[in-house]
Design a protein around this ligand. Structure first.
Ligand code: BGC
Length: 758
């Protein structure tokens, strides 16, 4: 495709027409110039290709394979697995002539209440961005694009199309944008989808800071930006801000506004050209990578869906090694979700599964179990007859496995949850069953954290999340020990909703939600506040045991552009083969900057046979230690000693090492008369100049000076440290100490301290 030539030949109207889609799922064709249209489809955990003829937004999509949702996938902590999934989805797209798969979603789980958390990976930006990277690389390796979404701060469904997420710059960078940044830089998604909401007052669809300054200028992105469906407010502003494609079609209305704005000189044609060029580049990429004759083997993909889910489920409790289940025992499966599991969420990601395997289906290959429905799913009402029947069955068996979770109405795209409870009818069932059977195991189906008032009353808890259409197979494989659980939580499960950091500010007031908790999202908050969670970030059990043997760092001091290799050894000390997710966190307790106690900066999943030991190497760079310094608008590391913590969860640190890290670059010092004496004396140069100055103006650094006040030496020193320079004039009974002289001191100090910056 000769894009320059096409751009030259296009009329303004044709250019404007390419800035929006045709119908819901296609870009526009321009027949005169032989520009074909392409199709895009949701995503992210399967192909929701809507019937091409109808081209509507409803659920009429083709039969497909539903894989585990992102909230489950994230628990695998497995880049390879996500890449494999991506490749499979890419092949499915090729088979169906879909050019771009709309996903993955890299929004941070700010609150467990967000109705769409099942589509997002984590509360941690590093984990989220690493997994998004792997997924994108997988899909795109097949010649199909992805659309990383929703950029940015779409962390709630409540008023999602109008709310303004109000966030400070450091939090924006360290938490919410960092979740996208790695994926944009390392995987280069073909498209980035802007979010519906506003960010600090400006719609994401017309936000130059997000769409151009950060995405393109800072991160070097050169792919397409596309609106979320219906996210455009002012299309002309959008073009100026860097939003290339509007979806779905505006029926030509916004295209006309673009033409008009160019004619009136309000919009530069160069900005329109940029949008058109990126649309054409995307078409070209798909054309170049188009494969014919790709066959979609649904059965094969269904098997992969089961395998993936078995790598994601998290074993939360296993008292007395109740799991794996001994199949010679008398077993009951109780709960509607054993028969028809909840395995995906509602909304745009909803897959029309070609088949579903429940635990009741899958267990038939293993042994006989008795079954009772136990509760209703269409309403939260206790039906005494089905409840009592279930309790009776539980009483008569050796092990009762309860399949529970959130029904569709409790959690979906489009609205947020109001609480973290399971339905009352399920809680009653769990209570009654646990009373009559001490060997009760819970299997959970939910898209996000739930409260578990029953945690102490049952012996086993297995978190399946929304595990895709083959969830039942994976559950049975884990419950009976064919597979060893190896997932760990990608989000904190709080004991109660009010423990969550966003609790006081979710979902905000009117059209404004303030992210007051700042950088303290998820485990960063629970750690700092010393709040014991129900289950911490990174937690999950196995049927085997692991020993963390040693830790080594490749150097004691790290300078600019250097990397640090951290090597640890882990051994399987149990009796069965298993996989351990080894997590590396960085801790900075010396810089004086407000920071989290730990930040995840590395993870590896390692497979070990019984008795086997393996070494794992993590590579860290300067960014791993940095925080976002708003004074210099850049990432910055203070000089000092940083701790490296390696462990089995955020609350189970097994090994510790440390390294000295040199500062990235110097921050400009800007003292004023309001700087305190302590500030001035915080550097050796400052101390020296200040002492000279005091001598010059004849102010003794002693009690007679008036500076030290009453009280102990210690108190006096503290008071002095807190004193602004300007106040010395009032506190010192000394005529030669003037405001002018202090100003000169400040000026001199600023010049000397910043001299090496010029
Ligand atoms: C969702 C997107 C989705 C799009 C197309 C929107 O409502 O927010 O995630 O890709 O619809 O279905």
């Amino acid at each position: 495709m000769n894009i320059d030539k096409i751009l030259n030949e296009m009329t303004l109207e044709e250019k404007a027409s390419l800035c929006s889609g045709e119908g819901f799922w296609h870009t526009k064709a321009v027949e005169r110039l032989d520009i074909q249209r392409i199709m895009v489809s949701d995503g992210p955990h399967g192909l929701r290709k809507v019937n091409e003829e109808k081209d509507c937004v409803t659920d009429e999509s083709i039969k497909a394979v539903c894989f585990p949702t992102a909230s489950a996938l994230a628990c695998s902590f497995d880049r390879g697995l996500l890449e494999k999934l991506g490749k499979t989805l890419g092949d499915e797209c090729q088979a169906e002539d879909v050019a771009v798969l709309l996903g993955p979603g890299a929004n941070i789980k700010r609150s467990p209440l967000c109705g769409r958390n099942f589509e997002y990976f984590s509360e941690d930006p590093y984990l989220s961005s690493e997994l998004a990277t792997a997924y994108i690389k997988g899909v795109q390796s097949r010649g199909v694009g992805t659309s990383l979404k929703h950029f940015a701060l779409n962390n709630q469904e409540h008023r999602r199309m109008s709310v303004s997420a109000e966030v400070d710059e450091r939090t924006l960078r360290e938490i919410y944008l960092a979740s996208f940044e790695g994926a944009v830089k390392n995987a280069k998604p073909w498209a980035v989808m802007c979010s519906y909401n506003r960010v600090n007052g400006v719609y994401a669809s017309e936000n130059p800071k997000l769409l151009t300054d950060i995405l393109r200028d800072e991160w070097g992105y050169n792919g397409l930006t596309v609106s979320d469906w219906g996210a455009v407010d002012n299309r002309v502003n959008g073009v100026m801000a860097g939003l290339d494609l509007e979806m779905p079609s505006s029926m030509g209305k916004n295209d006309k506004l673009i033409v008009e704005a160019v004619r009136l000189g309000k919009l530069d044609i160069k900005d329109v050209d940029k949008c058109v060029r990126r649309v054409l580049e995307l078409l070209e990429k798909y054309e170049d990578g188009k494969k014919s004759n790709v066959v979609w083997d649904k059965e094969k993909d269904n098997k992969l869906a089961a395998k993936i889910e078995s790598e994601c489920m998290v074993l939360l409790k296993n008292e007395d090694n109740i799991l794996p289940i001994d199949k010679s025992k008398k077993i009951a499966f109780i709960g509607k979700f054993a028969e028809s599991p909840r395995y995906q969420g509602g909304g745009s990601s909803h897959i029309n599964s070609y088949k579903v395997t429940s635990a009741l289906d899958a267990v038939k290959d293993i042994c006989e179990v008795s079954y009772a429905e136990g509760y209703l799913t269409n309403e939260d009402k206790i039906d005494k007859s089905i409840l009592n029947k279930a309790v009776k069955i539980a009483e008569d068996c050796d092990i009762a496995v309860l399949f529970v979770g959130l029904p569709d109405m409790f959690e979906s795209e489009g609205y947020d949850r109001e609480h973290l409870r399971l339905p009352g009818c399920q809680l009653e069932l769990i209570k009654r069953v646990a009373e009559v059977n001490e060997n009760t195991v819970i299997v959970l189906h939910n898209g996000s954290a739930v409260e578990m008032p029953f945690a102490d009353d049952v012996k086993g808890i297995l978190e399946a999340y929304l595990g895709g259409q083959a969830v039942g197979q994976a559950e049975v494989d884990i419950l009976f020990g064919k597979k060893n659980p190896c997932g760990k939580l990608a989000e904190t499960f709080p004991k109660k909703l009010s423990d969550n950091p966003s609790y006081l500010n979710f979902p905000g007031e009117g059209d404004r939600v303030r992210y007051q908790e700042g950088i303290f999202v998820g485990y960063r908050y629970y750690d700092k506040k010393e709040i014991e969670p129900l289950f911490p970030f990174g937690y999950g059990l196995s049927y085997t045991d692991f020993e963390y043997k040693y830790i080594e760092v490749s150097k004691d001091e790290m300078n600019d552009d250097e990397e640090l290799t951290v090597t640890v050894a882990v051994k399987n000390t149990g009796k069965v083969k298993g996989k351990e997710i080894v997590q590396l966190y960085v801790n900075d307790e010396q810089s004086g900057v407000i920071r989290s106690i730990k930040e995840l900066k590395g993870f590896e999943k390692v497979s070990l046979n019984p008795g086997e030991e393996k070494k794992i190497a993590f590579v860290l760079d300067k960014r791993s230690f940095a925080y976002y310094n708003t004074e210099i608008s850049d990432w910055y590391t203070e000089y000092g000693k940083y701790n490296i913590l390696v462990g089995a969860s955020s609350r189970d640190i097994k090994l510790k090492a440390s390294v000295y890290v040199a500062p990235t670059n110097k921050v400009r010092v800007e003292y004023t008369l309001n700087s305190t004496c302590g500030d001035i004396m915080s550097t050796e140069t400052g101390k020296e100049l200040f002492r000279e100055f005091l001598k010059e103006v004849n102010v003794g650094f002693d009690r007679d000076s008036g500076l030290m006040g009453e009280g102990s030496e210690q108190t006096a020193m503290e008071m002095f440290n807190e004193l602004p320079l300007r106040a010395m004039v009032s506190f010192c009974d000394n005529k030669s100490l003037t405001r002018e002289k202090l100003s000169q001191l400040v000026k001199r100090l600023n010049i000397i301290l910043n001299s090496d910056l010029y």
